[in-house]
Design a binder for this molecule. Sequence first.
Ligand SMILES: [Zn+2]
Length: 247
Amino acid sequence: MNNAGTRYKQLPDDARCLDCGYRLFTNESGVCPECGRLFYSHDPTTFRVGDQPGAWRAWARPPTMFECIAIFIFGVLILWGSSSPPEHSSVLFSLSMICGGVIWVPIVIVFFCRVAAVWADRRRANHSAMTYDRRRAGRWLVVPIFLLVIISQLLYPWALVLRFRLSRDAFEQAAKDVRAGLFQTPRRVGLYSVRSVQTNGSSIDFVTGDSLIDPAGFQYTPNGPWIPHGTHRIGMSVARDWNTVDL
Ligand SMILES: [Zn+2]
């Protein structure tokens, strides 16, 4: 397989390593003295010439540090946004999925191009010994972990349930304080910040944030199922007597 137009009998004068850009001098096939990547003088996809971008093979390398950091930041934003009510539509979750997608979707696409290039690169028998920088091997994990986080959150918002469970004792105490008239907002409750409180009969709404449209939070209904009224939309159960609510 050779899809580049030019064949070289010997290495061009300004041949450079695909990975690190090191100037390659020997006309024999060989190994880049700087990073250890193999090149073949008869195969122009294994090196680049001057400032020309490399062939498809240049994609056969781990994601850049920029890609890893951007994906990591969006992973944290999406996970944190996903742990805020209402499930799948807190402001932070929605914005980092929709607007942030302008950044992370292309990085994910590039990641799969890189995987395909490595796969095609290794498939060639004469490149079976192609070496890859093992120090950067961990970078291959960042995008798969990121996708695992997003998909698992969409299937079940475990970050929301986990964060609430860790805050549950504080919310139970807060409910007592509301009944006793001792609760003043804004107040930190567990891992959430409560902005305001509404009581409807025996139920209590703790507003902790917003969806794209409405305030949202957790509703405490100690006396059995809550009877809907107004624009309230009850979401998922996060613990016994506790649901997410969209006001
Ligand atoms: Zn090199």
